[in-house]
Write a protein that binds this ligand. Structure first.
Ligand SMILES: Nc1ncnc2c1ncn2[C@@H]1O[C@H](COP(=O)(O)OP(=O)(O)OP(=O)(O)O)[C@@H](O)[C@H]1O
Ligand SMILES: [Mg+2]
Length: 229
């Protein structure tokens, strides 16, 4: 699903955010990305989402080389991705249902069908009673569930989540993680960047650890230890 070969991302004036990263995520995997603040977790997810180009190296997403993809091809690629990113907020003046349905509208799904699918997704995240609320009337955990519903409503092949449980208490974090795992069971490949080490350790899933832009370990999950390099 994702292949990165010798990927470096450098911002002018700083040491590179990613250095010679090699990473392969298979279809159907669930992978945590961890590491200290500034390690490059968000940068890695942003490169896969084509929010920015890589400085060097190759990135294949679903077999397509996206490292230097043309701007015009990006929306097409993103049809198969759902994202939970901090800079991708809910629209405050639209209802919960609209927020989820809009991501299908932009893909050209007919309005009635989009609303039906959004309703179904909101039920899956336990928010069927909040569909007509405005996002700011919801609790933090509920808002995050709307964000997850929005990311998953298109049944994406790939879900990228950046600190999806940031600022949530342990119980709510567990709830959000269960939603991501359910999506994984339904067939979505999931990559989650997080600081929440206890949660990562409890999960028994594959953990890729970054430090200063390099992958320093990659272990757990279906294959016990992978080669780092
Ligand atoms: N747009 C940018 N311009 C310049 N430098 C950037 C930019 N984005 C990230 N960086 C730098 O790249 C490095 C990696 O940042 P990144 O956000 O990927 O880290 P992170 O692992 O997600 O950290 P955190 O856990 O704090 O979210 C940092 O040193 C950061 O300052
Ligand atoms: Mg980050």
């Amino acid at each position: 699903m994702i292949q990165m070969f010798h990927v470096t991302k450098a911002y002018p004036g700083d040491p590179p955010a990613l250095v010679d990263v090699n990473l392969s995520v298979e279809k159907g995997e669930f992978v945590f990305l961890t590491g200290p603040s500034g390690a490059g977790k968000t940068t890695l997810l942003r490169l896969v989402f084509c929010a920015e180009p890589a400085t060097r190296g190759q990135i294949l997403v679903g077999g397509r080389n996206v490292a230097r993809i043309r701007q015009g091809s990006i929306p097409f690629l993103r049809r198969n991705m759902g994202v939970v990113f901090q800079d991708f907020k809910l629209l405050p003046h639209r209802t919960v249902l609209d927020n989820v349905a809009l991501s299908l509208d932009v893909l050209g799904v007919p309005r009635a069908e989009a609303r039906q699918r959004a309703n179904r997704m909101l039920k899956l995240v336990g928010l069927q009673h909040k569909t007509e609320s405005l996002p700011l009337k919801l609790s933090g955990g509920e808002q995050q569930r709307v964000v997850i519903a929005r990311a998953l409503v298109n049944e994406p092949a790939l879900l990228l989540a950046d600190e999806p449980t940031g600022n949530l208490d342990p119980e709510l974090s567990q709830e959000i993680m269960s939603l991501l795992q359910d999506a994984n069971v339904r067939g979505t490949t999931v990559v989650v960047a997080t600081h929440d080490l206890p949660m990562v350790e409890r999960s028994g899933k594959r953990v890729v650890r970054l430090d200063r832009g390099r992958i320093v370990s990659d272990a757990g999950g279906p294959t016990v230890v992978r080669r780092v390099g």
